[in-house]
Every structure is written in C-alpha cells, then in structure tokens.
Ligand binder design. Structure first.
Ligand code: SF4
Length: 180
C-alpha cells in the first residue's frame, strides 16, 4: 500500500464526466508543485540546504528537486548565508535576471536580518535590496524549517492571482526597490 499523499484538487464544480475550476487555481497548482530554486549560498546555512536536498529530508518530495544555477531557469531565489554589502549588487543582479513570476526566501538569520553580524560590512537583511516573500528563522535553521519555508511559499504561490504581477501594488513594491 502506498502512503503517497496526492495533491488535493482545486475548488470547482464537478459532475458526471466534468470538472470546472478557474484558470488561477490550475496555474497556481502547477506553479506550486514545480518550483525551480536557485540556491544563493554564501555560508553555513547553505550546508543546511544541502542536507535538505539529500535523501533524509528529500526536497524533491515537493516538486522542487530541479535546482538551477542559472537565474533564467529558476523561479525561487533561496538566499542562504551572510551577505556582505559588496555582494549586494551581485545578488540583486541575479534577482533581476530571473523571469517573472519569481519569489524569494531568506533562509536563516543572516539573510533575514544580518544575524549576529551587526557590522559595517554586512547587509542587515536582503530585504534592503530586494523583496522577500518568506523568512526562515534560525542560526542555522534546521532542514525541517527550510522545508516549512518551502511549504509556506507553496501556499503563497498557489493562492497568488494571475493578475498580481501586473497590479499597481506589485509595481509599487518593485518601484520601492527601484526595480523596473
Ligand atoms: S544564520 Fe547562522 S548558520 Fe546561517 S549563515 Fe548566518 S551565521 Fe551561518
């Protein structure tokens, strides 16, 4: 007997031989289960991510096993580690090279807030230079916490309206970061 949990079908209307739902729901379901992460790992939290990818925690269970090291073939930027201010423009360039729709997870205290490195040279959180969708706390976060961050992001992706990326609110968010 299999204990594989199948994805629930979206809300909709069904009858003999048909099922109807909205395009938003179908696209959200597909996007949610086929996220392509780009790991931007600079220090210790990156090692936790490696453990998350390995067989014990097996990130592939959530459809995210296709790791990309090209921003053009990724839709989730996972930032793991201390980001020095000098590295900020590079991180930002990677983000800008990703196509929409794209999402960002700040993994660990350093990426979220600078962590213990309250110094002149360290960026005090990547949300100073790009919008973040999910923050994973911890120094380092355990693989379970990284998995939880992925699941939280899946919820966001599943419920994101197709029009959000063209909305004035989203454009205002990007404008705040001076991203065109
Ligand atoms: S949050 Fe802690 S474990 Fe993660 S990169 Fe920073 S110092 Fe290392």
């Amino acid at each position: 007997m299999s204990d594989i949990k199948l994805e629930n079908k979206p809300d909709g209307f069904e009858g003999p031989g048909f099922f109807a739902t909205s395009l938003d729901q179908i696209v959200g379901l597909a996007r949610k289960n086929s996220l392509w992460p780009l790991p931007f790992a600079t220090s210790c939290c990156g090692i936790e991510f490696m453990a998350t990818m390995a067989s014990t925690y097996d990130l592939a269970r959530f459809g995210t096993e296709r790791i990309s090291f090209s921003p053009r073939q990724a839709d989730v930027l996972l930032v793991m580690g201390t980001i020095a201010k000098k590295m900020g423009p590079i991180l930002r360039q990677v983000y800008e090279q990703m196509a929409e729709p794209k999402w960002v997870i700040a993994v660990g205290a350093c990426a979220s807030s600078g962590g213990i490195f309250d110094t002149y040279s360290v960026l005090q959180g990547i949300d100073r230079i790009l919008p973040v969708d999910v923050y994973v706390p911890g120094c380092p976060p355990r693989p379970e916490q990284i998995l939880d961050g992925i699941l939280r992001l899946q919820d966001l992706v599943h419920n994101e309206p197709l029009r959000r990326r063209n909305s004035p609110e989203y454009k205002a968010l990007l404008a705040k970061y001076e991203i065109e």
